[in-house]
Write a protein that binds this ligand. Sequence first.
Ligand code: FAD
Length: 333
Amino acid sequence: ATNFPCLRIHQHCIYLSRSLSTLVILEQQEGKLNNASLSAVTAAQKLGGSVTGFVAGSNIKSIAEEIAKVDGLEKVISVENVAYDRGLPENFAPLLAQNIKDGGYTHVFAPSSAFGKNVMPRVAALLDVQQISDITEVQSEDTFVRTIYAGNAVLTVQSSDPIKILTVRGTSFAAAPIGNGSAAIEDGVDPKAEALTQWVSEDLTKSDRPDLATAGRVVSGGRGLKSKEEFDRVMVPLADALGAAIGASRAAVDSGFADNSLQVGQTGKNVAPELYLCAGISGAIQHLAGMKDSKVIAAINKDPEAPIFQVADVGLVGDLFDKVPELTEKLKK
Ligand code: FAD
């Protein structure tokens, strides 16, 4: 029936008559925007209609000005208050709910980061709608795609909620460039909701390497590395030679070969680098869920039947303790 021209025109009219108005929540830490927020902007722009950015925290003026330059944003709403600096959901959720209600938005997009996953379900609850999590595609104003069962099935969700609350998988959308835009900056409403939670401190893993979630190249090691000493001896020089971030399978993390923060997969990080080079990883579905969108996947494994070879663009069957150092030497040259 959708091929019938009159019906198509009719649908088009309905689409235009409902003015779409989207708010994108941009996450900042210590005055720095994260890339996943810019991917959420790209996802929002797929809808059409007006797109407004939202940011909150202390000394917010300069970051609001940076956001105003993102191509395609009509407006930026900023709220200056130190209470929003650490993205505490108890503070942030009432702030967002108030601004969404006041602005009459039809859609709200946020990154599917720890911040987005923490705050947005509470916002959805306050607005009495359902959140749609971790979308990978925008099909229309009410239909979105996300993966389920560790990426093994693709679910198309249609929502009839009056306000669609969505979190966006950063690796599925390019980051919107900070260009020459000149969106107007306006002050948002600050409900100054009384929060019972206070940010005390955080203990972050510090590394000079590229950030795993956003690196262009990732080298990843699995249980095949046998020990932490061997993991460091074999994988670190390879990462250095490629200027890559280091990742690991859950088996490697659970065995203490690599830090928790390096786990790639369903219960770890989602990565989609230009190159994902893994050694001693079998390719369990839970691991694939976190890396199979990588542009080029290269795998080294001594078992020719290892499932990783089913998704690898380039495969090398052999002992990683010979092959990885050999490759590292060649790369250094
Ligand atoms: P193994 O499966 O043991 O594979 C080791 C591989 O190394 C083998 O293929 C072997 O042939 C190869 N090898 C051994 N020695 C050598 C050598 N000398 N040279 C070359 N190759 C060699 N896993 C994740 O990675 N990330 C997740 O987020 C994750 N989440 C999970 C969530 C749930 C709910 C569950 C149930 C599981 C999850 N897992 C996750 C675990 C997952 O199922 C696998 O157990 C895990 O990925 C296996 O890690 P591995 O490939 O390093 O180890």
